[in-house]
Design a protein around this ligand. Structure first.
Ligand code: ADP
Length: 478
């Protein structure tokens, strides 16, 4: 069964949910876009001028190298011509004494060169303090920055001939701006694409999540026959599988709960019916017959005992399971404890069974003696009910362990039923119900052993008796 369109516990679909995946995904993308645009702007403002200046200088250096290499040869004319055609450079060759040999500004068809005054004294001064070449920057009346690159190309009669190349950085700024513009367009397009992609992804992620949410809501309404949607995404498929498992275990839990209620009400109803029947018998039949009345009253008393035993055990188990009872651990000798428990058991049993003791010395443990006694009581009770005439109580040191064993030689438990005997209200032999068996004794034993964190187990089979064992860590000599 599929979920409905709108959830009852969830927010209304289509409503802007600020904590929703969709909202967060979009916000992240918008923030991301703003950061990219801001970064591009910052690069533009800070970086462009510096870069343009460097690029202009590089190109001036290269041009100067080309021209000076051909100076005085026939290739010089071509070198100058190509510079003129590019239209970006003003090339001058001047003598130190101020005589102008070449000035391409006379030939340039593209640009009117601004007046940037450079005196010959300044040029020679810079040349004297440099290693053959220099540059200086100038700003014209329009605020455009120019770079003048100078280099000595020849010397006649101690008079130096100097090459001066002028270029504005505006051209390079333009080039870089164009590149950034292209970059911005590419960034814009890729942002748009990724935004669309995020929208598509959010939609495809959210669809199965919403379907699962709808199913989980049905689960909360105790509707267990749900078919959880399977999805192409591993994480969502895992979530779906986990919820399926949860639904299955809720079904099991529900079945167990019903079984348990059925069992408990049966276990309570049986003695109550017997008590009522015998009470009525006393009223109508045996009231005046002291012997019969005693017989019937004995049944009533024994059934009341069974009932109160059942209620007490059930209460105790639920306290243990909810861990509301704490262990009261202390260091004691397991052998000493079992010896005194055995004396007590023998006294109650009045010699009907044979209790044998096998006790090692030096069996110190750190445990709750009251709870260990309860384990032994419950197991001996079972041995009295299902076992033979002999019950063995053993305490052995096995390396760093103190092993407690309760062994009987009675009807035993079928091997295939062994895994279930620790379960609440489970009885290996369901016909024994009327003997006051609540099916809780071993569940209490299991809880106590688990609270101690010890290893424990049982070996048994039909007519082989039963051997229950518990391994407590040895704590060293007292
Ligand atoms: P119950 O009140 O029925 O004895 P327990 O939890 O103590 O409940 O035991 C669960 C079941 O395990 C019993 O109903 C019985 O079938 C089986 N069992 C326990 N101890 C022994 C034993 N020593 N010998 C044979 N069967 C046993």
């Amino acid at each position: 069964m599929r979920g409905n369109e709108t959830g009852t516990t969830g927010k209304k679909r289509g409503h802007l949910d600020r904590k929703g995946l969709q909202y967060r995904l979009y916000t992240m993308f918008v923030i991301f876009a703003v950061i990219i645009v801001a970064l591009t702007g910052i690069i533009q403002i800070i970086g462009v001028r510096r870069q343009a200046r460097q690029d202009t200088l590089d190109s001036l250096e290269k041009t100067a190298r080309n021209i000076s290499a051909t100076y005085g040869t026939s290739a010089f004319r071509n070198a100058i011509r190509s510079v003129i055609y590019q239209g970006e450079y003003r090339v001058r060759v001047m003598r130190e004494n101020g005589e102008m040999l070449i000035d391409t500004s006379d030939l340039s068809v593209y640009l009117t060169w601004p007046e940037i005054e450079i005196s010959m004294d300044e040029v020679t001064g810079l040349l004297d303090h440099s290693q053959g070449s220099f540059y200086l920057t100038r700003e014209d009346s329009l605020g455009v920055k120019w770079i003048v690159y100078g280099q000595m190309v020849a010397s006649w009669d101690d008079v130096r001939e100097i090459l001066l190349i002028t270029k504005s950085i505006q051209g390079e700024i333009q080039k870089i701006r164009q590149q950034i513009f292209l970059l911005v367009i590419v960034a814009g397009v890729s942002l748009l694409v990724s935004f669309l992609l995020s929208w598509y992804l959010a939609k495809s992620y959210l669809k199965p999540i919403r379907e699962i949410t709808d199913c989980a809501e049905l689960l909360a309404k105790e509707q267990y026959d749900i078919e959880f949607p399977s999805s192409g995404y591993t994480e969502i498929a895992t979530l779906s599988d986990t919820l399926k498992l949860a639904a299955d275990s809720m079904v099991n839990y529900e079945k167990n709960r019903r079984d348990m209620i059925a069992n408990v009400s049966h276990d309570m109803r049986t003695p109550l019916t017997i008590i009522k029947a015998y009470a009525e018998m006393i009223r109508t039949i045996s009231g005046d017959n002291p012997e019969k009345r005693k017989q019937h009253l004995d049944v009533i008393i024994s059934q009341s005992d069974n009932l109160s035993e059942f209620v007490n055990q059930t209460l105790e188990l639920s306290q243990l399971q909810s861990r509301t009872l704490e262990l009261e651990r202390e260091v004691f000798s397991m052998s000493d404890l079992i010896r005194s428990v055995c004396e007590h058991l023998r006294a109650i049993d009045q010699g009907k069974h044979k209790f044998r003791l096998f006790l090692d010395s030096d069996t110190t443990v750190w445990a709750d003696p009251g709870r260990v006694e309860q384990i032994v009581q419950n197991l001996v009770n079972n041995s009295l009910k299902y076992g033979g005439a002999v019950i063995d109580l053993k305490v052995h040191r096995i390396q760093e362990m103190v092993r407690l064993e309760i062994v009987d030689y009675g009807e035993g438990i079928p091997k295939e039923k062994l895994p279930y005997i620790w379960t609440k209200y489970y009885r290996a032999n369901p016909y024994g119900k009327e003997n006051g068996n609540a099916g809780v004794g071993l569940s209490i034993v299991k809880e106590i052993a688990d609270m101690h964190g010890i290893a424990y187990g049982v070996d048994s089979d039909v007519n082989q008796g039963a051997r229950f064992w518990f391994d407590f860590p040895y704590t060293g000599e007292e």
